[in-house]
Design a protein around this ligand. Structure first.
Ligand code: ATP
Length: 241
């Protein structure tokens, strides 16, 4: 679905990504783990077109035929239009807008009012709490509810690929479980998920495939479950567990 080839990104003299290559298969969850500053957010922001690469290519492929892979455009709006949608780190809901308005804001690339309404109903059906709070300002929701809202706002754009940046950050363990259940559900609905997480344990447990980033480079990759058992991963990211 996504193929990234030899991606290089820098911020001035800080080299954030140094030749990252990876592949995301259609309908899978691919987790990217790594410590603070490894380049995880930069990777997602580059896919979204929010950060420009110095070098390297990002292809989107819908899997219908070998010749259908195309270069992802570099303008964020066009990336969303093609179905690659990011849910940013730290939730970043519009605190002063209502829950409903936040969801509608996510649908800005969908031109069909009927489809937008159906998508909105689906979100309310999936997350009744958002329906209950539809007229409430998003800033009054709990952290977990705001994360659900941020994810649903992303879903309103009808993504083929959802890019999730640290959705578990700052949430209580019981809420984190709900977030990961949601991620699995999204994948089961056929949406491809790229999940960036510092919570390596859970991110690997739900990943079909995973990459470990260190200092802007992929240092390890494999099936989520096999990385969970990898001694190097255990030592560095799972607290030696
Ligand atoms: P975190 O989990 O803390 O977000 P990360 O793995 O997502 O970490 P990035 O945020 O992608 O890492 O950062 C990669 C490197 O690029 C770091 O050295 C960081 O300090 C640097 N960096 C990120 N954004 C900028 C920026 N806007 N200007 C300058 N340097 C930046």
């Amino acid at each position: 679905m996504l193929r990234i080839e030899d991606l290089w990104v820098s911020y001035g003299h800080v080299q954030a990504l140094s030749g990252v290559s990876l592949e995301v298969k259609r309908g899978s969850i691919v987790s990217i783990i790594g410590s603070n500053g490894a380049g995880k957010s930069t990777l997602l922001n580059t896919i979204s077109g929010l950060v420009k690469q110095e070098r390297g290519k990002i292809f989107l492929w819908d899997g219908t035929g070998p010749d259908t892979a195309k270069l992802l455009p570099r303008e964020p709006y066009r990336v969303v239009k093609l179905g690659v949608v990011q849910v940013p780190e730290g939730r970043q809901v519009f605190a002063g807008l209502t829950v409903r308005e936040n969801l509608m804001a996510g649908a800005y690339t969908v031109n069909d009012a009927g489809r937008v309404r159906r998508n909105l109903d689906r979100m309310f059906e999936m997350y009744p709490i958002l329906k209950e709070r539809a007229r409430q300002q998003a800033g009054t929701l709990s952290g977990g509810e705001q994360q659900m809202l941020a994810i649903c706002r992303g879903l309103m754009a009808e993504p083929k690929v959802l890019l999730l940046d640290e959705p578990s950050l700052g949430l209580a363990p019981i809420i984190v479980k709900g977030v990961f259940d949601t991620v699995r559900r999204i994948r089961d609905e056929g949406i491809t998920v790229v999940l960036v997480e510092q919570n390596a344990n859970q991110a690997l447990a739900i990943a079909d495939y995973a990459y470990v980033l260190e200092n802007g480079r992929v240092v390890l990759e494999g099936a989520g479950r096999s990385l969970l058992c990898d001694p190097a991963v255990k030592d560095a990211y799972l607290g030696g567990a």
